[in-house]
Ligand binder design. Structure first.
Ligand code: TLP
Length: 343
């Protein structure tokens, strides 16, 4: 199977499996796992933040961030296509008692600065209090678009004018950094807190990190615990995370090049549309022309050994990642051509 559904399907590398086997471990709830401590220190140094916290997943990291930034009844400004809004079971409302204030994501994944500003609540006894601006980089449902440093600086200035923190869902922050050709720490510097995933393009089997000021991370550690994320000998996970951060970042450029090649070949096929201007990182979104539907095409592709993700009635998402080689891209293109030929 050539699995292009997501970069979450990546398998740990041989170096990760070795590191996991050999990991020195302790009880991380007591702060005594040396490998977890090493990973957290490494991540904080790489991303220019005071402290980091290993969490079980991106979802847990984002929710721990919201729980730490906000109190019940507070409001978070968030994009209408944000993962935090669309795909996390409304956790910010259900578990943190926080209300999302939804602003449209533009085609490039950004939130228009004037719309963010207009969404900030003035002080009034009737209103919830705006406590946080949440952004996503790269933006999953906006075709994996990276948010540029210029945009982030503008948002930072706006947030500072209003005394508001920014949380960045950087599940794929390293993809953004590689695509933009800027250090990830420069992107992270524009947000107060950042969540990055180890288990997507970086191929670790489990884990994400929440990063920010030391006092914030100390509080987030409490939030992680109440969410059931206090892990014990988590060094076996952290060991793979260290390999992810030290060995797997630069190769993301290969995933991006393969996504572009895939997109260019698919764009030439009849019966579908691919907007090449939207392909920046490791994602390719394909719009099928009716009467073909996404579920039907995904099923036909699966029969030919290619798995893709149906994200809408006419829309497919294909993600390149570690384990997808040039010949897999060629085979996926052939499978698409065959499925479209077959009608
Ligand atoms: N995204 C997954 C699915 O949940 C859709 C995927 O296949 O893309 N932020 C962003 C931007 C994400 O894309 C994801 C996962 C998460 C957070 C949540 O991470 P996990 O799956 O570790 O909870």
């Amino acid at each position: 199977m050539i699995d292009l559904r997501s970069d979450t399907v990546t398998q740990p590398t041989p170096a990760m499996r070795r590191a996991m086997y050999e990991a020195e471990v302790g009880d991380d709830v007591y702060g005594e796992d040396p490998t977890v401590n090493r990973l957290e220190a490494l991540a904080a140094a790489m991303l220019g933040k005071e402290a980091a916290l290993l969490v079980t997943s991106g979802t847990q990291g984002n929710l721990a961030a919201v729980l730490t930034h906000c109190g019940r009844g507070d409001e978070v400004i968030v994009g209408h296509l944000a993962h935090m809004y669309l795909y996390e079971q409304g956790g910010m409302a259900a578990l943190a008692g926080v209300q999302p204030r939804v602003v449209p994501n533009q085609a490039n994944g950004t939130l228009a600065l004037d719309e963010v500003e207009a969404a900030i609540r003035p002080e009034n006894i009737h209103f919830p209090r705006t406590r946080l601006i949440a952004i996503e980089n790269t933006h999953n449902r906006r075709y994996g678009a990276p948010l540029s440093l210029d945009y982030l600086r503008g948002l930072r200035a706006l947030a500072d004018r209003h005394g508001l923190p920014i949380h960045m869902d950087g599940a794929r922050l390293f993809n953004a950094a590689v695509a933009l050709g800027v250090p990830a720490r420069d992107l992270a510097a524009q947000a107060d807190t950042v969540m990055v995933c180890l288990s997507k393009g970086l191929s670790a089997p489990i884990g994400s990190l929440l990063l920010g000021p030391a006092d914030f991370i100390a509080e987030a550690r409490r939030a992680r615990k109440v969410l059931g994320g206090g892990m014990r000998q988590a060094g076996v996970i952290a060991a793979a995370g260290i390999v992810a951060l030290t060995q797997m970042v630069d190769r993301l450029a290969d995933d991006h090049a393969r996504a572009r090649r895939l997109a260019e070949a698919l764009a030439a096929l009849p019966g579908l549309r691919v907007d090449l201007a939207r392909v920046h990182t490791n994602m390719v979104y394909v719009d099928l022309e009716p009467p073909r539907g996404a579920e039907q095409v995904a099923a036909a592709l699966a029969q030919r050994g290619v798995r893709v993700h149906a994200v809408g009635p006419q829309s497919l998402r294909l993600v390149t990642h570690y384990g997808i080689e040039d010949e897999d891209i060629a085979a996926a293109i052939d499978a698409f051509a065959a499925v479209l030929r077959a009608g």
